[in-house]
Ligand binder design. Structure first.
Ligand SMILES: *Cc1c(COP(=O)(O)O)cnc(C)c1O
Length: 381
């Protein structure tokens, strides 16, 4: 089955008791048993819920996975992967991770005795300099936030295989529509479902998917033991959101391309970070592992200052100033003062996160309106 058909149908069966075409919201905490330990696969809703199960089947299908698990947030999903590890284990990961992942690794798990190497992954060969007998996990994120760097998933997996190390990929920015890390050899794929999968800025949720039964059993055990599960209402909303994932992604990509090219030719704009430009440093890898280039991009102003960036963000009318991404609405944000404010200015600038850097999550509005909005906003700065 192709992607759009899976997005509409996978996981959703007509309700057995009524024929309802859409999976009901099973708002229940427990299930009545016929005799002790005799039930229909549902005993207590931390362990399993039919609405959640339908969603898990849907996400598994989109990632070409046998198994998926949904969590109360993206961080809840990431937390569950790290809990596979033991004290003394080491993790190799990127140096431009999602800030929340960096914070969890650094401030929660280093304290508990797990060691993280935050390295430049723009060349996967760099992994060889850090891998050793304690390395148990490689945690990748691609494209990265906000500079849209691309990590070669297949090349990273090849090195991991030589050392029997698990590879987990945060696929939030690409969504399963653009990239399927398990097909490229990764062991686990993670999503902040909050973003493209949910797609309507109304749910916080996470997911993991895998083809490895042993890993799945371990992850499901940790999930049920630690309890970061989503509720049935949220599961329903995401199940509904996914039915249009392919349509939304088509428009996100179309609008992304339009705006990336517009900004690149604007006299007041400095650099534009978008993996679809053929002079992007990892364009060849992006083209190989992604089906299109998505709706996320960042840019700087030639007149590089926080004041100018703030002015621009005040001038926009269709774009909303907000954190998050992947929803139908276009969002604008300022990493230096919002998502990446905790990084010291010098380090930030050294890594390309200059004062005027602006990140856009391009929504599914009419492209012409988005262009006109940026055009009038840029004219005034
Ligand atoms: C938002 C995000 C997360 C965290 O997900 P939550 O659902 O907010 O907990 C992780 N990784 C990436 C790339 C994200 O954008």
């Amino acid at each position: 089955m192709k992607f759009g058909t899976k997005a509409v149908h996978a996981g959703v069966e007509p309700d057995a008791s009524t024929g309802a075409i859409m999976t009901p919201i099973f708002q229940t905490s427990t299930y009545v048993q016929e005799a002790p330990a005799q039930h229909k696969g549902y005993a207590y809703a931390r362990g399993a819920n039919p609405t959640r199960n339908a969603l898990q089947k849907s996400i598994a299908a989109l990632e070409n996975a046998k198994y998926a698990l949904c969590f109360s947030s993206g961080m809840g999903a990431t937390d569950t992967v790290i809990k596979l590890l033991n004290q003394g284990d080491e993790v190799i990961t990127g140096n431009d991770l999602y800030g929340g992942s960096y914070r969890m690794f650094k401030r929660v798990y280093e304290r508990l005795g797990i060691r993280f190497h935050f390295i430049d992954l723009s060349n996967a060969e760099n992994i060889r300099n850090y891998i050793n007998e304690n390395t148990k996990l490689i945690w990748l994120e691609t494209p990265t936030n906000p500079l849209m760097n691309i990590v070669d998933i297949e090349a990273s997996v090849a090195i991991a295989r030589e050392h029997n190390v698990i590879v987990s990929v945060d696929n939030t920015f690409a969504s399963p529509y653009l990239q399927n890390p398990l097909d490229l050899g990764a062991d686990i794929v993670m999503h902040s479902v909050t973003k493209y999968l949910g797609g309507h800025s109304d749910v916080i949720m996470g997911a993991l998917a895998t083809n490895n039964e042993k890993l799945y059993q371990e992850l499901a055990f940790i999930q049920n033991s630690c309890g970061a599960v989503p509720g049935p209402q949220d599961s329903f909303l995401v199940l509904r959101g996914i039915k249009t994932l392919h349509l939304r992604m088509e428009r996100h990509c179309l609008n992304g391309r339009l705006i990336a090219n517009y900004l690149r030719n604007h006299p007041k704009v400095g650099k534009v970070y978008w993996p679809g430009f053929d002079d992007h440093p990892n364009y060849a890898i992006a083209k190989k592992q992604m089906r299109d280039f998505g709706g996320m991009l960042s840019f700087t102003l030639k007149d590089d200052s926080i004041e100018k960036a703030f002015e621009l963000m005040k001038n926009v009318q269709v774009f909303s100033l907000a954190e998050s991404l992947g929803g139908v609405e276009s969002l604008i944000n300022h990493p230096a003062s919002m998502t990446h404010a905790s990084i010291p200015r010098e380090d930030r600038i050294k890594n390309g996160l200059v004062d005027s850097l602006i990140r856009l999550s391009i929504g599914v509005e009419d492209g012409d309106d988005l262009l006109a909005d940026l055009d009038q906003a840029l004219a005034k700065v």
